[in-house]
Unconditional design. Structure first.
Length: 111
């Protein structure tokens, strides 16, 4: 059975940027275990990965638009991203800025 175009593009992206994704895997896994402490690291290391994903998504959607299927590119991009999320479920967390919530001092009786 033939693979869909977006799945082919995901596989090509992984193959062409194998080193980048292999280096990103441990960063992503550390983030999954401790998001608050690893957010800055994910943002820093994930910037390159996100650029790669955007380039390949653009290639995929551009090809569809040339073929006269421009109205379907949004759904195609969503399927492409969903396929990536199977391998990297926290990929959408790249670029998020986390701030600590304010702390309330404990009120002691007699003060």
């Amino acid at each position: 059975m033939a693979k869909t175009k977006y799945k082919q593009y995901v596989e090509l992206m992984y193959k062409n940027h194998e080193d980048d994704f292999e280096k990103f895997r441990p960063v992503h896994d550390k983030y999954a275990n401790n998001p608050d402490e690893q957010q800055n690291n994910l943002n820093e290391k994930g910037r390159k990965i996100m650029n790669i994903i955007l380039q390949w998504e653009d290639k995929l959607c551009r090809q569809s638009e040339k073929g006269g299927y421009g109205s379907y590119t949004t759904a195609l991009a969503e399927k492409f991203r969903a396929e990536i999320k199977k391998d990297f479920p926290h990929i959408d967390s790249i670029g998020i800025t986390r701030k600590k919530a304010f702390e309330l001092r404990q009120i002691k009786p007699g003060n």
